[in-house]
Design a protein around this ligand. Structure first.
Ligand code: ZN
Length: 436
């Protein structure tokens, strides 16, 4: 796949995936179109499925391409990513009023960088669950697409300390404004949501809702992803962490051969610690692996034998060194945008991977002519983490944490290099097709 086509596809995927549910829906569509068979966790699976995928709670997905080589001899080549990003989410009682304005009642999801949320044209998307006329519960995805809310800055004349490191109170200072209310008017968001759910749901073939009962909705920036820079060397977008890795992992799986078994796991809830049924600390991945391995060998020792033959690349974006804040990085570990995939290293196991996995990945990069960089946190700064160490601990599988460098992680608009998705795709495709 050429670099421009990959970037176009990536930016389109991110734009159409404002929530983890939409990311999984779009990934499922790509897999279906490529002939992958959708499996349900509640049903018995056929004994042989060559290309398949399964979702859990609409926000997580596992997809696999079965290889000719037995799992017991060659294991699984696995790429792990996450589908969620820090954001503002709508609470169960969705609105509040102040000074004649209707506002959304929000809470933060994950480690949100709060300042960039001001003065953005915001929309709302997510999952709505309601009942049809017979009382049957139905869930459907919604995306308002149009800008329908805004969090205005306070004018500098009213806040002379605005540029001096002012704190933001997420309870009192972040409510997006939705409407200027007329005399006696109230804001019935549930009615608007019901109309929207029925329009979007019907387009997807779902039955219509008689009422809305609950939702998982978030706010997002409507500004579309863009190429940036005099030579187009950057991409700016929301959710680059971690839909960039999600899209590249999907593309790599679609390009994988069928000599060995390749698999991707796309987990929701990474940004809030992964402790959920569909998160990396849940049972989703191990349940899928157990079922696939049992199809080949039902002996109790088959699972640990396959796991120890396997390797997972945990792919999540890394911190590129910021030219204005270079001293936030260790001087010898300063990854650059468009410098190729970053191998993340942390002696305290905040990132997974021992010397064998790191050496394997470095030799894979050398073989494919892809540059490769190192990241290790400053010793006096707390280190972040991702699904890599959690999955390694849950399954006992060898894992290596890698990812492309970016700026502004967890901002509503992040910046990455436009060459790095191509480098990453080359590496992950090679990992699936020819590990050693
Ligand atoms: Zn991430």
């Amino acid at each position: 796949m050429d670099g421009e086509a990959l970037l176009d596809g990536l930016l389109r995927f991110i734009r159409r995936s404002p929530t983890p549910y939409h990311a999984v829906e779009n990934a499922s569509r790509m897999l279906r179109e490529a002939g992958f068979r959708e499996l349900s966790e509640t049903e018995r699976w056929p004994p042989t499925v060559s290309d398949g995928f399964v979702t859990r709670d609409d926000g997580s997905l596992v997809a696999f391409r079965s290889g000719h080589q037995p799992l017991l001899e060659h294991g699984v080549r696995l790429a792990g990513v996450h589908t969620d990003s820090p954001c503002l989410r709508i609470r169960p009682r969705p609105t509040r009023q102040s000074q004649g304005y209707a506002q959304f009642n929000v809470e933060t999801y994950g480690g949100v960088l709060l300042h960039p949320w001001y003065d953005r044209d915001l929309s709302i998307a997510g999952r709505v669950t309601g009942a049809d006329a017979e009382g049957q519960l139905i869930s459907t995805l919604v995306d308002f697409r149009d800008p329908i809310a805004f969090i205005p800055s306070l004018a500098i004349h009213l806040d002379r300390n605005a540029n001096k490191g002012r704190d933001i109170n997420p309870q009192t200072e972040l409510s997006p404004v939705a409407l200027r209310l007329g005399q006696g008017e109230s804001f019935d968001f549930e009615r608007i949501l019901l109309e929207k759910a029925n329009i979007d749901g019907r387009a997807d073939g779902d039955a219509s809702l008689a009422r809305v009962l609950s939702w998982d909705l978030l706010l997002y920036d409507t500004q579309p992803p863009a190429r940036i820079g005099l030579r187009g060397e950057f991409i700016a977008s929301a959710r680059l962490d971690n839909l960039l890795s999600t899209y590249v992992a999907l593309r790599a799986l679609l390009a994988a051969g069928n000599e060995h078994t390749s698999m991707i796991v796309c987990n929701d809830h990474e940004e809030v610690g992964s402790v959920s049924a569909s998160g990396a600390q849940g049972t989703f991945l191990s349940n899928v692996l157990e079922r696939l391995i049992a199809n080949e060998d039902s002996q109790a020792d088959a699972f640990p034998r396959v796991i120890q033959q396997s390797l997972m690349l945990s792919i999540d974006n890394a911190h590129g060194v910021h030219p204005n804040f270079a001293d936030k990085h260790d001087a010898e570990h300063r990854p650059l945008l468009n410098g190729g995939p970053v191998v993340k290293s942390n002696a305290n196991q905040r990132y997974a991977g021992g010397s064998a996995a790191k050496a394997l990945f470095r030799s894979l990069c050398e073989r494919t002519g892809v540059p490769c960089q190192w990241f290790a946190n400053r010793a006096d700064l707390a280190c972040g983490s991702t699904i890599g160490p959690l999955t390694a601990a849950e399954l006992g599988i060898p894992v290596l944490d890698i990812g492309v460098a970016q700026f502004g992680m967890h901002s509503i608009r992040e910046l990455a290099g436009s060459q790095d998705p191509g480098y990453l795709l080359t590496c992950v495709t090679e990992f699936f097709n020819r590990l050693v």
